[in-house]
Design a protein around this ligand. Sequence first.
Ligand code: SAH
Length: 409
Amino acid sequence: MNVVPSETPLRHGMAEAQVILKPQKARPFFGRHPWVLDSAIDHVEGHVADGGVVDLLSHTGKFVARGLYNPHSRIRVRLYTWSPADVLDEDFWRRRIAQAVERRRQLGYDRPEGAARLIYSEADGLSGLVVDRYAHYLVAQVTALAMQTRVDRLLPLLVEAVAPQGIVVRTDRALARLEGLASDEERSWGAVPEGPVFIEEHGIRYGIELGIGQKTGFYLDQRENRRAAAAYVRGGRVLDLFCYTGGFSLAAARLGAASHVLGIDGSQKAIAVAHAGVELNSLPGVRFEVADCFDALDALVAEGERFDMVILDPPKFTRSRKSVDEALRAYHRINRLAVTLIPPGGTLVTCSCSGSVTREDFLYMLAGVAQQSGRDIQVLEQRGAAPDHPVSATCLETEYLKCFICRVV
Ligand code: SAH
């Protein structure tokens, strides 16, 4: 056989090398956890290109799984199959993408004017790839070298599965650093709209700026929580803190007939989109402000303001287990102030998207708030992300969002 050019194995999907685990380190991977950290690896046999296919073997030489190699990341191998018969070729990725898209159809998340997460990384067996659909457009977020080296071949597969009008590819800067990715490499396919793309969620229209907003443009994970929260509004006054483009606010006004909504966020861009949403949906009584939410909370408490519902959906307060205590103190502070604003019988909708803060941690924090404020907090609903963001039972890193709907007595 001739000398094999380095990208050929990427195409045929066969293993280029074997990654041998240290003794006692194979268990999580037999348990289908998809991230092999460098610390678990004893050595690599053979030469493997960046993003190339490798077989993961136990130290006794037993096949564990097949994955893609990244010498630049602490997650040295991402695993995609536990079946030795699976070859990681184009057909494999085609099947995985088609399955993920089909699952959203089964959930009823396929209305053409709607939006949904079509591919959620590990939870769909596609570690390092997130794809959101906004009506006829897709936004793909690449979070692993393995996917970046294949992106040119994955885009046609997405086109095959979804037939969008255009695809925008984004790379998150912070993750790019961890993975050794080129973050300035903007890619797209087909038509990329100049202005916003309009979508509908629960009968409310939103203009989404693809690829320039936060996340892929909209917080799709909160979709069902926006509707659930709205059910408790019952014509009351609502304060929506960290409101981004106003998802909870508009749902409270339209679905919950809120008499008055105040949404606050620090991002001027997000608030401009939120204002556009008020116009688009003709919703009087909804007001948005650009401000720091910590300052705004202090000011509203000082002014003796009252809201029948306060929604707290802050950004991640921690990325690691190390700073969980600090994060919990920050959650405590804003929840404590929020409770002060709520009259007896009112509702607190409190969220955390910090994956390293567990549900138990969060409940414990709420217990502290109840104790210090002398109020009972009844948790009515403990919610997570919408079902198009499934949690993989063998990769609990896919669970991050907590949304608790509470009655404050
Ligand atoms: N609830 C929103 C998503 C919120 S994401 C939705 O359903 O769409 C968190 C938001 O917090 C972001 O919009 C970010 O701009 C905002 N943010 C972060 N720190 C902030 C601060 N100190 N003050 C105000 N807003 C802040």
